[in-house]
Write a protein that binds this ligand. Structure first.
Ligand code: WQD
Length: 353
């Protein structure tokens, strides 16, 4: 009998790739998404890859009545919770929007999981909880430094909400996955990143510049204390990240304990600089990218990349795909957006946003 997994935010960038990985691992998937930062046509992309159309409920994780309906209709073994706002800069401008959405959606979810006896939770956390680590690569024992943004703080507080609930005896087995920088797209180019408006993140900005949508890339900061003066990050292929969620779920389903809480870095363990990413993109795709060096972006940490040993030992997972592959897949997806006419849908959404 297939186990059913509820994926909140399952039409988003990481969510949709995780749905594909879950279906390929034999799980039945139910998606909840309010389409505030995603599109229903992503369902077609998922079906184009796996041949399976996930059941989809459009609604908001903050809406308890709506979520109660989902839990009463679906016999769920576990939940992967992606649904959250995630733009660092926007969170500084609109902190209450972020605290309300990101915290209340988790609280509603945990209360309903307890009510319906759903015992497994994988939570989408972020390396942003580490701030600028003292030591690199950063491992899970590193101190949680004061968040650099309300977005980062919501991730820290959500981890604490789960930890405290488990410590108070809530019968749930929970893993917080601390992502590094997800990039790329499914190699089929049926799904990928769909940033609405001007992309905040590096790689979608690169691919949109290469596609002529943006005139040139600004590299924020060339005076950091790094080999080439630009920031360093741990860029992980989104399919590697997706597969880590399946391994995390498998791990939880194997545990006999009535409850547990743990957290795990999900990164490649390698750091690459912004300039290296630009140059690698140019090389693997045979494109000259227009870029300039610009002042530092407030809130950026200088460098961070993962110690990824715990995920390997605990989950039997490690990143398998290269930076080259991720940047090739990202570019294939950007080109597919135009060919499939999705770009027009995106630009209409941007005009309406
Ligand atoms: C990476 C580097 C920029 C854009 C954030 C969140 C993290 C996660 C991923 C949600 C930085 C530089 C970027 C550009 C640039 N978000 N850059 N020009 O900030 O490491 O992580 O997004 O889960 O939680 O903190 O990712 O891609 O925005 O930036 O030079 O046009 O690229 O300065 O050094 P970041 P990013």
């Amino acid at each position: 009998m297939q186990k059913t997994i509820l994926v909140t935010g399952g039409l988003g960038f990481i969510g949709s790739h995780t749905v594909v990985a879950l279906q390929e691992a034999g799980y039945e998937v139910v998606i909840v998404d309010n389409l505030s930062n995603s599109f229903a046509f992503v369902l077609d992309g998922i079906r184009a890859i796996t041949g399976i159309l996930p059941r989809f409920y459009e609604g908001d994780c903050n809406d308890r009545d709506f979520m109660q309906q989902v839990f009463s209709k679906e016999k769920v073994e576990g939940v992967i919770h992606f649904a959250a706002y995630k733009a660092v800069g926007e969170s500084v401008a609109h902190p209450l929007k972020y605290y309300h959405n990101n915290l209340v959606s988790l609280i509603v979810l945990l209360e309903l999981m307890q009510q319906y006896g759903v015992a497994n939770l994988v939570f989408s956390s972020s390396c942003t909880v580490y701030g600028q680590p003292e030591h690199l690569p950063v491992d899970e024992s590193a101190p949680i430094l004061p968040a650099q943004s309300p977005y980062g703080n919501t991730k820290q507080v959500c981890e604490e909400i789960i930890r405290d609930s488990v410590q108070a005896g809530m019968p749930v087995k929970a893993l917080a996955l601390r992502y590094f920088n997800p990039i790329g797209a499914h190699p089929s180019a049926h799904i990928g990143e769909l940033p609405i408006g001007v992309p905040n993140n590096l790689v979608p900005y690169i691919t949109q510049t290469a596609a002529g949508i943006r005139p040139e890339l600004s590299i924020f900061g060339k005076d950091y204390n790094t080999p080439d003066g630009t920031c360093i990050r741990d860029f992980i292929h989104v399919m590697d990240l997706a597969e880590a969620h399946v391994k995390a779920l498998d791990y939880l389903l194997r545990q006999d304990a009535p409850s547990l809480y743990d957290y795990v870095n999900i990164g490649t363990g390698k750091g690459h600089s912004v300039l290296e990413v630009v140059q690698t993109f140019e090389q693997v795709n045979g494109i000259k990218l227009p870029y300039k060096f610009a002042p530092r972006r407030p809130g950026d940490v200088e460098q961070i990349y993962a110690k990824a040993d715990k995920a390997k030992q605990m989950l039997g997972w490690q990143a398998r795909r290269s930076l080259d592959e991720a940047l090739r897949d990202a570019w294939q997806w950007q080109k597919a957006l135009k060919e499939k006419g999705i770009l027009e849908k995106m630009q209409k959404a941007e005009a309406n946003s």
